[in-house]
Ligand binder design. Structure first.
Ligand code: BES
Ligand code: MN
Ligand code: ZN
Length: 497
């Protein structure tokens, strides 16, 4: 996809289609008015006739207007008159793009009213356009044998920008394109079934990243190396499975980056049966998404490499299956983490925290500035926040606030959850340093508190994405979240450097 800015008069633009906004009272936006004057007011007459409602989410295609170079003009509903909010603008852009993909339009000009620069800077404007285009064009990577429908023709999107703003808008385009490529990679990986997307497969995909991005170095540890690292908790989870585990380290170093690295850690359970504490059958297939955190780390590292951000960023993925078998861990088993703390496994379905504690411990060798882990960790976070907000837990309030704020700007919302000492005390065990579960109440918080016992000397945040990383039901599939939040965080760090 090609993104460009233009400064020429709209009516003379050599393009397949121009998208302009109209209100639900029939009023044309300024851009639509300029076209209207050129085509002897055909557009305002059309609106007066009342055929098109101008409601948000709706569009109307007009063809072959005299006096306009574009063969098609797409009217996009803006709804009631008033200031253009970011949300309304996003909706309008989305509507225009999906309408264009239902035609043979190859090049599209977005001439929609834009929110004030205060609400949407030039750079963010470019980023949002590229992001909306990328997300709208994403097609799920199903394994259906039927012939795929004819692909859309859209390959060029242009927006109006004064010459002065063009460099910032173009920077934004590149950021948005890198973000959607990263989140598409995340979604494709997460959508793959557990028999295809194994730990070995994730390791191969990570190694491929190093081939395409010069700044990335990738190391993949297998069982012998994981044993050498004494990752007793990770080893405990993988021991019931016939699929070999992988521990993946992706390093991005930039010569101009002076700060200690940001380390991203992802939960990579390629299938979570629950183990001996077996899950109920109804939606167990969705546990193929239990590697969404890992997929997000891989996708984000792809974006970081693509943009060659002036930062040091390290992605860590612990990947294995959680299976019941004659070799599987049993409730009551006690294992020793790489850090040395012993853990009594009371529920084998609380496996995410077991692989993460060893991965978080591994992160310490990089002397990181910040560590952020991502995991579909608990059903309890879905009970607490539903599917709209990612849960943020942290031992550093400023970091938690920053992440919540990044979620707001990136339209990838998150909510700061409490993480006080009492929750950690609930993990007491009679036989080991701690248990891996603490009953039903506050389940997402006690899970975070478990991780907190391994991150005391780090500035650390944990994102519980069990509700946000994928959808169930008829739209079943990965959402790509929280890629946008994370990239926003990294871009801010790169800008503040
Ligand atoms: N992967 C699950 C969490 C999960 C549940 C993600 C539902 C998405 C949707 C995790 O490994 C798990 O099983 N957690 C248990 C913890 C419990 C045993 C303390 C849970 O949430 O039930
Ligand atoms: Mn589980
Ligand atoms: Zn799990």
């Amino acid at each position: 996809m090609q993104f460009e800015t233009w400064t020429k008069a709209l009516a003379e633009l050599p393009i397949d289609c121009v998208a302009v906004g109209v209100q639900d009272d029939g009023e044309l936006s300024p851009e639509a008015k300029t076209l209207d004057l050129r085509c002897r007011e055909k557009l305002s007459r059309l609106m007066k006739r009342g055929d098109f409602s101008g409601k948000p989410g709706e569009s109307w295609l007009v063809t072959d207007l005299e006096g306009i170079s574009a063969e098609r003009v797409l009217l996009v509903g803006l709804g009631a008159k008033g200031e253009v909010t970011r949300k309304a603008w996003r909706r309008a852009v989305l509507t225009a793009i999906s309408a264009a993909t239902r035609t043979r339009v190859a090049s599209l000009a977005l001439a929609l009213p834009r929110p004030a620069t205060k609400a949407l800077s030039d750079e963010r404007f470019g980023r949002s356009v590229a992001e909306l285009v990328g997300n709208t064009l994403y097609r799920v990577n199903d394994l259906k044998s039927a012939k795929k429908p004819r692909p859309h023709a859209l390959n060029r999107v242009v927006v109006a920008a004064p010459a002065k703003a063009a460099p910032a808008v173009n920077t934004g385009f590149a950021q948005g394109a890198a973000l959607t490529a990263g989140s598409a990679l995340m979604r494709n990986l997460a959508n793959l079934p557990g028999n295809v997307c194994t730990p070995t497969y994730l390791g191969k995909i990570a190694e491929d990243l190093a081939k395409t991005h010069k700044s990335l170095k990738v190391k993949v540890l297998g069982l012998p190396e994981i044993k050498r690292e004494k990752m007793g908790c990770f080893l405990a989870v993988t021991q019931g499975s016939d699929e070999p585990p992988r521990f993946i380290v992706i390093e991005h170093r930039h010569p101009k980056a002076k700060n200690a690295p940001v380390v991203l850690v992802g939960k990579g359970i390629t299938f979570d049966t629950g183990g001996i504490s077996l899950k109920d059958p109804p939606t167990m297939d969705e546990m193929k998404f239990d590697m969404s955190g890992a997929a997000c780390v891989i996708g984000t590292m792809n974006a970081v490499g693509e943009l060659n951000l002036p930062l040091n960023v390290i992605g860590i993925v612990a990947a294995c299956e959680n299976m019941p078998s004659g070799r599987a861990i049993k409730p009551g088993d006690i294992v020793t983490s790489a850090q040395g703390l012993t853990v009594e496994i009371l529920n084998t379905d609380a496996e995410g925290r077991l692989i993460l504690c060893d991965a978080l411990n591994y992160a310490k060798r990089f002397k990181p500035d910040v560590v952020i882990d991502m995991a579909t960790l608990t059903g309890a976070i879905v009970v607490a926040l539903g599917v709209h907000h990612t849960g943020v837990f942290s031992n550093n309030d400023a970091l938690a606030r920053e992440l919540v704020n990044c979620g707001l700007t990136a339209d990838d919302r998150a909510w700061h959850m409490p993480l006080t000492e009492e929750y950690g005390e609930q993990l007491k065990s009679n036989f080991a340093d701690m248990a891996n579960v603490a009953g039903r109440d506050g389940g997402s918080i006690t899970a975070a508190a478990f991780l907190g016992k391994f991150t005391k000397d780090l500035v650390w945040a944990h994102l519980d994405i069990a509700g946000t990383a994928y959808q169930g039901g008829s739209g079943k599939g990965s959402t790509g979240r929280p890629s946008a939040l994370l990239l926003e965080y990294l871009l801010r760090r790169a800008a503040a450097r």
